[in-house]
Design a protein around this ligand. Structure first.
Ligand SMILES: Cc1cc2nc3c(=O)[nH]c(=O)nc-3n(C[C@H](O)[C@H](O)[C@H](O)COP(=O)(O)OP(=O)(O)OC[C@H]3O[C@@H](n4cnc5c(N)ncnc54)[C@H](O)[C@@H]3O)c2cc1C
Ligand SMILES: NC(=O)c1ccc[n+]([C@@H]2O[C@H](COP(=O)([O-])OP(=O)(O)OC[C@H]3O[C@@H](n4cnc5c(N)ncnc54)[C@H](O)[C@@H]3O)[C@@H](O)[C@H]2O)c1
Length: 451
């Protein structure tokens, strides 16, 4: 039986940052991975998605100049775009695998399954370790309905070589709305079926409303309060039926009804690791119910957003904990979250929903920066930010609707996280014209003057 200081189960962002750091600092480290090295974000998530989105985003932004001096027809050649995605994304896992091996990490390909609290099985091999870190992520939900063999998931979608003429997305969450706008820009007919009365719960609902209106104007059909009951194949097409009797004819159905923790096959009961429907239960040091076994990333049962930067933060925290550099509980800073639709919706810190019953303690300012910064934005009069200040005039929450929302929300996250005041912001002269300087100058009258 081979023995390690630390065995990481899963090789996504939740794990590999810590694995590299620990190995470099003298620990004997192994990674067990059943699929491609580097996990969902690198191979089947953020990176592939944003690469495909780039072309749709350019079309979206160019349309803002219709009748205003920009001529020419831009359109997406999906097979060519997919070939570009494959050429760019496919080599990354090999590159990272080489980097991990180069620092001395041992990699085992296969599914890790606990035998007891101190050992796991990977194929025929038995490995033991002083500490384990479970970072096995999430897997797409599969609706338990008749005909679910016709459903596809986000991973299959991100590798589609040809775009179907008609696509139907079940669920109106992040995955669905991001992909819906992308394929609509590429010329596909799109419908979305959602069983709740609204979309993108947790995001600024005023901006979600603006986005949904924009989607409908693009010709995307959105059905709310509809529970999908079955999918049938008839006459070379798929028919999605709901409980109310709605029937949507389509060529491709994407199940975007959420993601569930990847704990099947781990045999957590053999190790005595506690888990729930929402994932592995951890304490404030990311320790599971077995003190030498930790969990990291999407697989944790947690309320904060399951994102690559949160998984990376947890990974870095665990590295410092196992190296003895830090013994404190994990304290999450404010977390920026973006829906990469066209335009984007972004959020950080407190939302209006969070302060619903205590609005008198805060100042909420809606800033229509798209209207006021006509020359700094690329003609997006709809762009807007909502800023929330506390009684001491510190910024504590923000949401943004606009094409540059991912960049603006990062600046706003820094202002919140570092508790920056007007005097702090005046310590740098920012570039002009830019949306950042525009938004900061519009925010200044409400922001605390000095510490
Ligand atoms: C379509 C899509 C788009 C996304 N876009 C964004 C975005 O724009 N921004 C953002 O911040 N986040 C985004 N995310 C979320 C982001 O991908 C995840 O939060 C992140 O990948 C979590 O990292 P992780 O390491 O916890 O899990 P993962 O990256 O999923 O890694 C877990 C790994 O564990 C392996 N594994 C599972 N079980 C076992 C086992 N028993 N033995 C061995 N190996 C095992 C899996 O094969 C996998 O490689 C997106 C997700 C999806 C699906
Ligand atoms: N930009 C990003 O950061 C990004 C992008 C993609 C994915 N992600 C990650 O992936 C996770 C999963 O995303 P997702 O969009 O699949 O899940 P989600 O939870 O955001 O949305 C799922 C939607 O499906 C609906 N739904 C559930 N069951 C249904 C049913 N039977 N019929 C119709 N609708 C149903 C839900 O009401 C919900 O609106 C996100 O929470 C996030 O962690 C992040």
């Amino acid at each position: 039986m081979e023995k390690f200081d630390v065995i990481f189960i899963g090789s996504g962002h939740a794990n590999w940052h810590a694995a590299v750091d620990l190995q470099k600092k003298g620990k004997k480290v192994a990674i067990v991975e059943k699929d491609l090295i580097a996990g969902t974000c690198t191979n089947y998530g953020c990176n592939a998605k944003i690469l495909l989105d780039g072309a749709a985003d350019l079309i979206h932004q160019s349309q803002a100049y219709t009748g205003m001096g920009l001529k020419g027809d831009l359109h997406i050649d999906w097979p060519e775009l997919m070939a570009y995605k494959q050429a760019t994304i496919n080599p990354i896992h090999l590159m990272l695998e080489q980097q991990f091996k180069a620092v001395g990490i041992e990699i085992f390909n296969g599914t890790a399954s606990f035998l007891d609290q101190h050992s796991i099985k990977v194929g025929e091999k038995i490995l033991s370790a002083t500490n384990f870190i479970i970072g096995t992520g999430q897997t797409p939900n599969r609706l338990p309905v008749d005909g679910n063999e016709f459903l596809h998931d986000s991973r299959e979608f991100l590798d589609l070589s040809e775009l179907p003429n008609r696509m139907t997305f079940v669920g109106a969450g992040i995955v669905s709305l991001e992909f819906a706008m992308l394929v609509k820009a590429a010329g596909t007919e799109v419908s979305i079926i959602e069983f709740a009365p609204g979309a993108l719960r947790g995001f600024n609902q005023k901006y979600v409303g603006k986005l949904l209106q924009q989607m409908e104007e693009m010709g995307i059909k959105i059905y709310f309060n509809e529970a999908v009951q079955k999918i049938q194949k008839r006459d070379n097409q798929l028919i999605v039926s709901t409980a109310s009797g709605l029937e949507v004819r389509t060529d491709y159905v994407l199940d975007a009804t959420g993601r569930i923790p990847n704990i099947n096959g781990l045999n957590l009961d053999a190790a005595g690791v506690e888990y729930k429907k929402g994932g592995i239960v951890v304490d404030d040091h990311l320790r599971t119910s077995v003190p030498h076994i930790y969990a990291s990333g999407d697989v944790i049962d947690k309320q904060i957003p399951r994102l690559t930067p949160t998984a990376t933060f947890e990974s870095n925290y665990l590295a410092s904990l196992l190296l003895g550099e830090n013994t404190e509980s994990i304290i999450y800073p404010v977390i920026a979250s973006v829906v990469f639709t066209l335009p984007r919706i972004a959020q950080v810190g407190l939302s209006e929903m969070d302060i619903e019953n205590k609005k008198d303690k805060y100042l909420i300012k809606e800033i229509p920066y798209g209207k006021r910064l006509r020359f700094q934005t690329k003609n997006e009069p709809d762009a807007e930010a909502t800023l929330i200040f506390n009684r001491d005039s510190y910024l504590v929450g923000a949401s943004v609707y606009g094409d540059e929302a991912p960049e603006l929300i990062n600046i706003l996250a820094m202002i919140i996280g570092l508790k920056l005041t007007q005097d702090d912001l005046n310590k740098a002269i920012l570039a002009f014209p830019s949306q950042t300087i525009g938004l900061i100058s519009m925010m200044a009258p409400y922001l605390r003057k000095s510490k």
